[in-house]
Design a protein around this ligand. Sequence first.
Ligand SMILES: [Zn+2]
Ligand SMILES: [Zn+2]
Length: 129
Amino acid sequence: MKSSSVDQIIIEFLQQNRQHLASHQIYEQIRLRLPAVNRSTVYRSLERLVNQGKISVSDIGTGALVYELVGLGRHHHLVCHECHHIIEISDDDVAPLFSKIEQESQFQMLTNHLILYGVCPVCQSKDEK
Ligand SMILES: [Zn+2]
Ligand SMILES: [Zn+2]
């Protein structure tokens, strides 16, 4: 198994699943397609793709780093503090706030992937019971 084809399969998989996935989740999915692949090959592949700038890695505070394809467009996330559910929010909601802050502070913002923590509707209703 050439490592370059593992890279390709990871990219195809992330293209089909436009979401953030932890390395162990990616490994489990890649193993379904390539039963002979081993964990360290997948992890090395992820590291290589991050170094090449093809995928990005974020710490969303769930205890595991998550990977996603670069070039999905600027977007942000709401992360449930309790169940770790991730909701994607559009940059359209955030961009006006960013430009206002930039104008007022003369600060050029580099952050392009906001992670906001909260409690999702499901967990809120659990707490009420
Ligand atoms: Zn993201
Ligand atoms: Zn939740």
